[in-house]
Design a protein around this ligand. Structure first.
Ligand SMILES: [Zn+2]
Ligand SMILES: [Zn+2]
Length: 259
């Protein structure tokens, strides 16, 4: 499965509260730097013919407007936590203009949560205007979305299995704090990887900064970006220069291209 050329857009790079956090007066939350404004974490993946998002955050609507996305073929979920699924209702705009259901790819754990949290979407008798969802249950078997090959990678978010994904030369890992060796092998050979890092201090379900840096070394991937960042990590301008030369903090709106 060779991947077509891809464009990746960081729709959001913040942890579940976003940055700034509501009611916080800390120097990060009050920073005027655009790179310190972080919506909830998600990416847009595009080839010449196919486009999909990884997760629909509570900021999904604004993320689609900001990036002027006119067509979306699918949604691919990582796990059922609210900051990754809450925006699903807003796919109805794409259903409205395309006149077809939205393809959604999720593992069975996430699928259960979608049915629980959006019962009206899956009801027998639907009221008008609800999003039409075509649910595809996935496991760790590689599959295609349009012309883009998708390789699921299982990572651990404390005790919750979360799916990371590899698309060609690019790997996206969010909400993890542990990866077992056979799964890490799927990351190796990527040109670029993205990893969640919350802050410097240890956390029970997210990589701390030094743990994320260590993971990039273990995976031996030449370039890495960090995402799912908390205001506790510090300002972009203060933290980014302290990172190893091949690692950077991602920021909202950052775009990467793969030939
Ligand atoms: Zn703050
Ligand atoms: Zn999260």
């Amino acid at each position: 499965m060779t991947s077509p050329p891809l464009k990746i857009t960081f729709l959001g790079t913040g942890t579940s509260t976003g940055v700034p956090m509501i009611a916080c007066d800390c120097p990060v939350c009050t920073s005027p730097d655009k790179k310190d404004k972080r919506l909830r974490s998600s990416i847009l993946v595009e080839s010449a013919t196919t486009s999909f998002v990884v997760d629909t955050t509570p900021d999904f609507r604004y993320q689609m407007l900001r990036e002027n996305v006119k067509k979306l073929d699918a949604v691919l979920f990582t796990h059922p936590h609210k900051d990754h699924v809450a925006g699903l209702d807003d796919v109805k705009a794409f259903c409205y203009f395309s006149n077809k259901p939205m393809d959604v790819f999720a593992n069975s754990l996430t699928e259960e949560a979608l049915k629980r949290e959006f019962p009206y979407v899956f009801a027998e008798q639907k009221y008008p205007g609800v999003p039409e969802i075509n649910l595809n249950t996935i496991d760790l078997t590689p599959f295609m979305i349009g012309d883009i090959p998708v390789i699921p990678i299982m990572v651990w978010h404390m005790k919750m299995p979360v799916y990371a994904y590899r698309f060609g030369k690019f790997t996206y890992i969010t909400d993890a704090n542990r990866i077992e060796e056979p799964e890490l092998e799927k990351v190796r050979g990527s040109e670029v990887m993205v990893v969640n890092t919350l802050r410097r201090q240890k956390h029970i379900s997210h990589y701390a900064l030094d743990e994320a840096i260590e993971l990039v070394h273990e995976a031996a991937v030449p370039k890495a970006y960090f995402t799912h960042i908390s205001h506790q990590l510090g300002k972009y301008a203060d933290v980014n220069p302290t990172l190893p030369a091949n690692m950077e903090l991602a920021w909202d709106g950052l775009k990467l291209s793969f030939s």
